[in-house]
Write a protein that binds this ligand. Structure first.
Ligand SMILES: [Zn+2]
Length: 336
């Protein structure tokens, strides 16, 4: 009963789904709801968030009117304080006043909006594998690359809410073009969609070279088999399976992406000097090979001082992290 009296609702908003959960002070999920977004129009998304929050409350047996606060973790950049979503590529949003849209639909409810990665890091710090670590770095690699930072026991979101944007750290001068429009960003190599695009490009180059020399292209055969012969169906998961069977192209790209990722993470660790690094996300948890190579590259590139303090682990909350963290951030804001 007490846990429910103190409950907040967390929402995890991605480009395709909205997920809401009633979360107690210790970070336990008491009830939840998840559904696909039928529209990416901001008013409809705000509507879907409130609906999901209410359904989650129903599942937890908590009247919506008794919720203490609502926290929303958005896959994008959120301006601190105002709750303006500066950018959310998955939703195609730029400068969307999401907090205002939500307040129009639940005016009495205190609200806090944050980036989903910051929310995930805070959840790990309070209720997951980052418990007790005042200086914590959480790196998640999947459809994009991102980091959440806890510095001196506090969530670090940066002056404009963009801290931890590891995706657009430069790893190759004049390298591959990134979705952000710049060249050589880490995301253009190490996110799951970029890895697949990189493999497709290399296959195309190899096929053209083979045609020019009148030979059969041999490179990436196993990878193509895993994609049903269609380069457009290549995924990072197919690359992992093909690499396991000895496909050279897949192994080379997974290793190279992991090395670039490891270097970038090492640079971040040298600057921040955290005591714990949690390395996870869909791509790394599905690819033991890549995870191993990332850790090797992190260790190779660290300074002695940074290495001495560091412990490397994996996130404990995975899927629940953003929704739990969003609720915990909203709870924190109540006491400020
Ligand atoms: Zn970029």
């Amino acid at each position: 009963m007490r846990a429910r009296d103190e409950a907040c609702v967390g929402v995890d908003l991605s480009g395709t789904n909205v997920r809401a959960a009633v979360v107690d002070a210790a970070g336990h999920v008491l009830g939840q709801e998840r559904h696909r977004l039928l529209s990416k129009e901001p008013p409809q998304v705000a509507e879907a968030i409130v609906r999901a929050a209410k359904t989650a409350c129903g599942a937890a047996g908590l009247p919506f009117g008794e919720v203490r606060a609502l926290g929303v973790g958005v896959a994008g950049q959120v301006e601190k304080g105002t709750g303006l979503v500066a950018s959310a590529p998955g939703l195609g949003w730029k400068d969307v006043p999401l907090q205002k849209l939500l307040q129009a639909r639940a005016s009495k409810l205190p609200m806090t909006l944050a980036c989903d990665l910051a929310a995930a890091a805070w959840a790990e710090r309070v209720a997951g594998a980052g418990k007790g670590a005042d200086d914590l770095l959480v790196v998640l690699v999947g459809s994009t690359v991102g980091a959440g930072l806890v510095v001196s026991g506090k969530l670090h979101e940066g002056a404009s809410g963009a801290a931890g944007d590891l995706a657009h750290v430069k790893v190759h001068p004049n390298g591959r073009i990134c979705a952000c429009g710049q060249r050589g960003c880490l995301d253009a190599y190490a996110s799951a969609p970029s890895l697949a695009a990189w493999a497709r490009d290399d296959l195309r180059i190899a096929a053209a070279a083979a045609r020019a020399s009148g030979k059969q292209p041999g490179i990436g055969r196993r990878l193509l088999d895993h994609a049903g012969g269609d380069p457009e169906r290549i995924t990072a998961a197919a690359m992992e399976r093909a690499a396991h069977e000895g496909d050279e192209l897949s192994s080379r790209l997974l290793d190279e992406a992991a090395r670039l990722l490891g270097q970038a993470v090492a640079n971040l660790i040298i600057v921040l000097n955290p005591e714990r690094l949690l390395l996870g996300g869909g791509l790394l948890s599905g690819s033991p090979r890549m995870r191993r190579t990332v850790i090797e590259a992190v260790e190779q590139n660290l300074s002695r001082a940074a290495r001495a303090a560091l412990h490397i682990g994996a996130p404990a909350l995975e899927e629940d992290a953003a929704v739990v963290g969003a609720a915990l951030i909203a709870r924190e804001a109540l006491s400020r």
